[in-house]
Every structure is written in structure tokens, then in C-alpha cells.
Design a protein around this ligand. Sequence first.
Ligand code: 5RP
Length: 262
Amino acid sequence: MSSELSPIDKAKFLAAKRSVAFVENGMRVGLGTGSTAAWMVRCLGDRVREEGLRITAVPTSSQTAALAREMGINVAPLDEVKWLDLTIDGADEFDSDLCLIKGGGGALLQEKIVATASDQMIVIADAAKEVATLGAFALPVEVVPFGWQTTKALIEEALINLDVMGRTTALRQQGEDPFVTDEGNYILDLELNRIGNPRQLSLMLNQIPGVVENGLFIDICDIVIIGHGDGRVELRDINAGTTDEEKIDFMEDGNIFADLAE
Ligand code: 5RP
């Protein structure tokens, strides 16, 4: 069944599969959003069903919450759990410092709150997400709907003085309408091409009235697990300064692929 997955999907699955080995009994775990995170939720669900793994999970979006419940994972709100042992999430881009761009799925606000409230954040990604410099992926910025066009103009003005290569901003659409986040906000996607100073940009964006949060995750991610289509996974730990490589056997996971095919 695994042969029916594209190399990118295999890579995402492998990273997700490896990441759930970090989860231990009794842990409070943040669950990210997106297609890679969805693989992780399925793999975690397998461990709950097959090993009786006991965890409390805090999802970062309504869609992840629905999937986690479907997988039989015990879900609780962040305000009940308060602090987490570990968050596992995908990313749109990561660099060598494990700075990230997130929010391609529109869940950056909950993702940042949950990851920041965690002892450890693990990012799971296919190898194509690694970049030398952030910015090829449009940076998502969550803004309140009130006065969003003014907020957009203020962002464009502020970008003039910053080390970026493009300055085009666009309101994210869902069909004919603006895309609306779980918090009822809009997303502006910033086509910057190259972000010379992510820290400065992040601080600047969050100072603009109307901006709720931006998709730059700086000093939040501890470990990145990179999946490759040929079965290899790389684990990079920014705190330990280590890189390890392993090989994972697809054949062991026939059940998960069969479930998806149904
Ligand atoms: C959602 C996110 C996702 O983690 C990011 O978009 C990566 O998604 P995928 O795993 O589908 O490539 O930040 O807001």
C-alpha cells in the first residue's frame, strides 16, 4: 500500500512515525495541524489503541481535534492542561537554526501558543521544507477583520525598511470569501522571497495594531525530524547539536495505509 503514496507523502509519514516514539505514558502532548501532523495523529492513535498509551492531547485546530477524537486520543483544552511536555507539529519552512515559517494551514496562532507552552517542540517535515534562508514560502500573518485593509497598509509600509526581497501582501481567500481562522480572524500572506532578519521582522509585525500573530517561530523548535522518500529519517537536535540518521521500514505500517485507502 505504501507504494501508492507519493515520495513526499512517504517522507511526511516517516517523520510523523518517528516522532511519536518520543511520546511516553502520562505525557501532555500538543498536536499540530496540517498533512504531516495528521499522519502523526494517526500514528499516535495507533499507539493508544495497540499499546494502551495514556496521554492527554491539546490540538491546535478544530480539524486536528476532530481527527484526534476519531483516533481515540484523549483531548483536552489548553486552559485545563496549562503546560505540555511536548508538541509535535509540521512546518512550511525551517532553516539551520530551526527557525520556522508556519501557518500554511491557517492555524499559526493556536500552534504558537501551544508550542510555546511546551517543554519541547518537535517539527516533522519532508526534506523539501529545509531552506538556507526563510521566505520563499509566503509568511502568514493573522489579523483581526476590523480595519484589515489599514493593517495591511501598515505592514506594507513597515516592510519598506526591512531586509526582505519582496513586499507583496494578499488576503488569504477561501473560494470567494476571506479565509477565516478558528479565532475568527483573517490571514495576510506576505510574499517576501527572502527574510534577512526573521527576529526583527517578527517583532515589527507584532507591534502593528490589528496584527494578532505572525508565522515566524523563533527559538521555539528543539528538534526537527526530516523524512525522505527512500525511508531515511534525519533527527536534528538544536540543543544537543547532534544529527542522527535512521531507516524506517514501511512494511510494518500496512495497517495505517490500508485504513487510508478505505
Ligand atoms: C498549519 C501549519 C502546518 O504545519 C504547515 O502548513 C505544514 O503543513 P503540511 O504538513 O501539510 O505540509 O503551519 O498552520
